[in-house]
Design a protein around this ligand. Sequence first.
Ligand code: G1P
Ligand code: ZN
Length: 547
Amino acid sequence: MSILTLPTTPFEGQKPGTSGLRKKVAVFRQPRYLENFVQALFDELHGPDGRADGQTLVLGGDGRHHNRVAIQVILRMAAACGYGRVLVGRGGILSTPAVSAVIRRRQAAGGIVLSASHNPGGPDGDFGIKYNATNGGPAPEALTEAVHRRTLSLTRYRISDAADLPIERPGSHRIEDTVVDVIDPVADHADVLRELFDFDAIRALFARGFRLRCDAMWAVGGPAARAILEGELGAPAGTVVNAEPKEDFGGLHPDPNPVYADDLVAHLMAADAPDMGAATDGDADRNMILGRGFVVSPSDSLAVLAAHARLVPGYRRGLAGVARSMPTSTAVDRVAGALGIACHETPTGWKFFGNLLDAGQVTLCGEESYGTGSDHVREKDGLWAILFWLNLVAVTGRGVEDLVRGLWVEHGRCVYSRHDYEGIPTERADALMAELRGRLPELGGRTVADQRIAWADDFAYTDPVDGSVSRRQGVRVVLEDASRVVFRLSGTGTEGATLRIYLERHEPDPTRHDLPAQQALAPLVRLAGELARIVAHTGMTAPTVMT
Ligand code: G1P
Ligand code: ZN
């Protein structure tokens, strides 16, 4: 075995987006592509002649196509970088929240997650890589930007010429001076979850005949969900479906929303529907919750969890505060107001919650994009959300729908929808946003599509902990009744641009809570279309996905 220093030249576009570097598998398959990015990361972390002496690195991925190959490359590069130890998930598998849990519990220096989250997998699908820091959370922007800059001037990378390691079974190996321990992909994460929830109460709920259908979408969340829900909590076998992880997610789009998890929705709408439905995504950090005949919006889910958190052992002492991404609905703000705790509004992306969680300023946080989590790890956590809901149902004796309706009665309903326009040529999407930004100064006080705009801006965020500033995080247009439309471009796609339009209207009147969201939001949709001249810019007359 020896460490080789090999020449390389930069690749354009190795710029991490909302959540790491995501590209088509074919892009990652190019010789030196992955190597370059990993070397740039190691250079930034450990200096140009970097030796990560004695440090521990956690490594795992969601098992999608190319995972196995990438894991072996990174193991050899970590050894060349001088890591003391690498903890790699068995078979190269670790869900995103599991990586976070392992980093924190084993005092690792950080971890590498191989995932493109909810994006489709397989040879023609997407692949991704991101770095999580010592706190277990996604690297802050300062680091991801520095890594990108570094990729542009890379001339060499270092790698051991050791053979592939057999990581399909637990065991300990060595590459150069680096110990590689193959760890159980579920155990650390399960330990964390066990400390938070009343497993006895949930066990009793299932013993009373409560029926859950949990759809793991052929992704990495399946084994953990099966072990905990069926194995430990006594849910009947078959509660977790599509539980065997597949490299291509069965050819499906592993995103737990009503569009892509339509099979789950159909089961919950059927005459003999179970009491609750749940789904997790490709790397098991997202979640969707359903009641019988009822879909819970992620923003409402966060608000319900916040409102009842004290009923759950891990949060019995109450919440320090809550946080939501800017486009997420203001339902949780209303709950926080009633609880007398702070509610922080951050840019889109889980990395922005890290500092607030580390500083003990918030306990729960979430995003409208089916992400919910807490200070137990530094990632969103699908199984955590499912267990939280089960715990609430078990101790309140109330169903999922009843808990959400209770929220609406108390605080009004934040009617909410997100419209995505996918696959727009990048220049056109950029032109649309530029025009919108250019019009910002004149929008306050204007009437557009019969609605009076109170104010509009481009969201900027100053992190209250480290003072870092993130600008241009989305155009907000707010009406006099506080209804709002938010426009931003996705930072996770791999093809063209995706325009996201977030629509929210508060409805205090309980007799109007059952109006379908699209109907209640129709005036805002008109406003959005006129303001952004969507048809003129994109040629598209309707969104490709509505959630
Ligand atoms: C999307 C979601 C965002 C989430 C991210 C990673 O990012 O909108 O909330 O944090 O995926 O799961 P976007 O594509 O909008 O940049
Ligand atoms: Zn994900």
